[in-house]
Design a protein around this ligand. Structure first.
Ligand SMILES: C[S@@+](CC[C@H](N)C(=O)[O-])C[C@H]1O[C@@H](n2cnc3c(N)ncnc32)[C@H](O)[C@@H]1O
Length: 463
């Protein structure tokens, strides 16, 4: 199915007032408006405003086709299999076990998903049960470790219940003589219209999966969000791979993933897991970023953990809870540690594609790097890019020093970080070789040995 929305130009004109009120976030993409939270009075709408009937606007299109305009919005069930030339091959055979996702996505994104090599591959399974979802005092329910889990281990791979657009839309048309809408009225229309769109995807869900979705927590009961939008805002998360094409010179819209079990994870600013998206299995996969003990709560982050306490607090506010993790209880200490980690990382040249730069550093002082890694561990920041970068630089620095043993220690730690954060498994042999750096380390070691013996010989001659 597809529908037509108001033009970008008109949409932007209508949300201009929201920008002026400070509720717009132009950096996040075209028409991205910050949605209200907390208790917000909903305004009445002017009379004569046409109601938005999503079903009336929709038009049936051929589900087995990939021939859509990039910006056509579609309801579609994923994963669906296509040959590399775009020929429809049906649903994968494993959907009874792995489940299917109801998606409201663009034509561009459907094509991107459908043409991914291996799309519809079965989900990876864990050998022994890793987790259970039980009461978490003061937090509703949460996920807890069923057994000890090692850093890097897969805890869960899950196919989303739903994939929905993150940006609220305004679709209904106004009569030519309609009074100008206030920002609050614009917001209310966006919330109502978007809820109607979301209903189209929810109505397609299989009964069991729909029931699971309806059981999810909704922390947006009083801010004008409908029941679907409220659950989406409480439980959804996003990944770069599920981003749309750029529009109007702004980054493309992201699509929100809502799961059953993975949406039961509570937040910590020092989480013990990391989640990443795997397109071929069309699933979210979650791994331990450090060792997790049996019965320990399994946590994820809802914000940017390296940010200061004040920024994290602001970004967590819509979730309607007060974070009581150690970093938020003692912000003075945690902010100072974050600043120190950041300073060491910047001094060592964090930049784009750092993980591809195997040039060994000229400086071979490891103390600040080791201190910063220690601070990451104290703060539970093992899943950050900063931590991965520090492990990588330490591996290269030990290679530059000719210290093969320590180079291998950090190659191993870096490979666990890569596995947990990016889902990229590293060959055991590669780790032993320090991603090729072992040759550098051994060469430096030989040179040092030669210089030492050379120095001795000279001294002997001098006698
Ligand atoms: C994605 S849900 C997590 C699962 C949820 N606890 C439940 O019962 O379904 C997010 C909601 O859980 C609660 N929550 C998450 N992390 C929390 C924390 N650290 N402390 C208190 N409540 C938390 C908040 O109500 C938040 O809006």
């Amino acid at each position: 199915m597809k529908f037509e929305t108001v033009s970008d130009e008109e949409f932007l004109k209508r949300v201009k007032k929201l920008y002026e009120e400070g509720k717009g976030n132009e950096k996040s993409g075209a028409g991205h408006v910050k949605m209200p939270y907390g208790v917000v009075e909903t305004p009445t709408l002017p009379e004569g405003l046409e109601q938005f009937d999503a079903k009336e606007k929709y038009e049936e299109v051929d589900a087995s086709s990939l021939n859509y305009a990039d910006d056509n919005m579609l309801t579609t069930t994923m994963p669906m299999c296509f040959s590399t030339t775009g020929e429809y091959l049906g649903f994968p055979p494993n959907v009874d076990v792995d489940g299917q996702s109801e998606c409201l996505i663009t034509g561009y994104l459907k094509r991107k998903i459908a043409l991914t090599p291996g799309i519809g591959s079965p989900l990876p399974r864990v050998e022994a049960k890793t987790h259970q979802i039980v009461d978490a005092p003061g937090q509703g329910v949460g996920m807890f470790a069923y057994r000890n889990i090692a850093a890097g281990e897969l805890i869960l791979a899950e196919r989303p219940l739903l994939v929905l657009p993150s940006v609220a839309r305004m679709i209904r048309q106004q009569p030519a003589n309609a009074p100008e809408l206030t920002p609050a009225q614009t917001m209310r229309i966006m919330q109502e219209d978007t809820e109607k769109l979301y209903e189209l995807a929810v109505e397609r869900m299989q009964p069991g999966r729909r029931e699971a979705f309806e059981k999810l927590k909704n922390s947006h009961l009083h801010d004008g969000s409908g029941p679907i939008m409220g659950r989406m805002r409480t439980n959804g998360f996003g990944f770069e791979e599920m981003r749309d094409l750029p529009r109007n010179g702004k980054p493309g819209e992201t699509f929100v993933i809502i799961c059953d079990e993975l949406s039961r994870l509570n937040h910590s600013c020092g989480p013990n897991t990391h989640r990443y998206w795997d397109m071929a299995t069309f699933s979210v996969q979650m791994r331990a970023i450090r060792d997790i003990k049996k019965d320990e709560e399994i946590t994820a982050t809802y914000c940017q953990d390296m940010e200061s306490f004040e920024k994290r607090k602001k970004n967590l506010a819509p979730y309607d809870f007060q974070c009581a993790c150690p970093a938020c209880i003692d912000p003075k200490t945690s902010d100072a540690r974050r600043k120190q980690i950041h300073a060491v990382v910047m001094a060592n040249g964090l930049g784009f594609f750092w993980e591809k730069n195997f040039e060994v550093p000229k400086k071979t002082v490891v103390k600040p790097l080791l201190d910063a890694v220690g601070l990451c561990e104290k703060e539970g920041l093992e899943s950050t890019i900063e931590h991965g970068f520090l492990l990588f630089v330490l591996m290269k620095t030990y290679a530059a020093k000719g210290d093969v043993a320590n180079m291998r220690v950090y190659a191993r730690r870096y490979s666990v970080w890569r596995l947990a954060c990016l889902g990229t498994a590293v060959d055991e042999d590669e780790v032993e070789k320090g991603f090729g750096l072992v040759t550098v380390a051994e060469m430096v070691q030989r040179m040092k040995g030669r210089m030492l013996s050379g120095g001795k010989a000279k001294k002997t001659q001098a006698k």
